[in-house]
Design a protein around this ligand. Structure first.
Ligand code: B4P
Length: 188
């Protein structure tokens, strides 16, 4: 079964493009950010546990994310393929994902990284703050999210390059043009 990891810093367009890919290919869109925000909205124990980390732009502890993903694999109908948006975000998460997939006789099919410069990332997230009022889209929190990305998430580039599944797409331009570039390199 095909699975795709959409990779990139905060604001690169992962959520935007993952939604479009899910629509085109009939895949399940799995966004860990959306899953966590939904838990917060519903006021669950998990939501209460992750709220302060998310509000200040910290990563949520690996073990919680791994539990969430295990339950997604157990309960969701993923037979048509899926796109992972925002997971994995650390080497430990990536290693655990490999173990989970291995249990189901799968491995990561492809990783597509959206390349966007930092100035544009900040611009997009501040614009989203005006439109949607997300608590983690303030200037100070964005700085921390970018720092977390550089410290913990960027090393995944080498991890997936070593597995020969890593591809890059230029993430500047219209949403539709970027979508076309992504579709042109997907090898289903
Ligand atoms: P996410 O919800 O994944 O937030 P994100 O990185 O900002 O990406 P998002 O998908 O929302 O934005 P996009 O780039 O599409 O994570 C939020 C928090 O959850 C994290 O900080 C962390 O605390 C926690 N978390 C989630 N997963 C975790 C994990 N695995 N481990 C630990 N913690 C985890 O879009 C940004 C904006 O740009 C949008 O407004 C969009 O409309 C706009 N945009 C997109 N494409 C554009 C384009 N081409 N041109 C102009 N604007 C564009």
């Amino acid at each position: 079964m095909f699975n795709l990891i959409l990779f990139g810093p905060p604001g690169a367009g992962k959520g935007t493009q993952a939604g479009k890919l899910a629509g085109k290919f009939g895949w399940k869109h799995i966004s860990t950010g959306d899953i966590l925000r939904e838990e917060i909205k519903r006021g669950t124990a998990l939501g209460l546990e992750v709220k302060s980390a998310m509000d200040c732009g910290q990563l949520v502890p690996d073990e919680l994310l791994i539990e969430i993903m295990e339950s997604v694999f157990l309960t969701d109908n993923l037979t048509k393929g899926y796109v992972l948006d925002g997971f994995p975000r650390t080497i430990h998460q990536a290693e655990e994902l490999d173990k989970m997939l291995n249990k189901y006789g799968q491995k990561v099919s492809q990783v597509i990284s959206l390349e966007v410069n930092e100035e544009e990332l900040v611009h997009r997230l501040l614009k989203r703050a005006l439109e949607q009022g997300r608590k983690d889209d303030t200037e100070e929190v964005i700085k921390n999210r970018l720092l977390q990305y550089h410290q913990h998430t960027k090393p995944l580039i080498e991890y997936y390059k070593a597995k020969r599944v890593f591809n890059e797409v230029h993430g500047l331009g219209t949403i539709d043009d970027i979508f076309k570039s992504i579709c042109s390199i997907i090898v289903v």
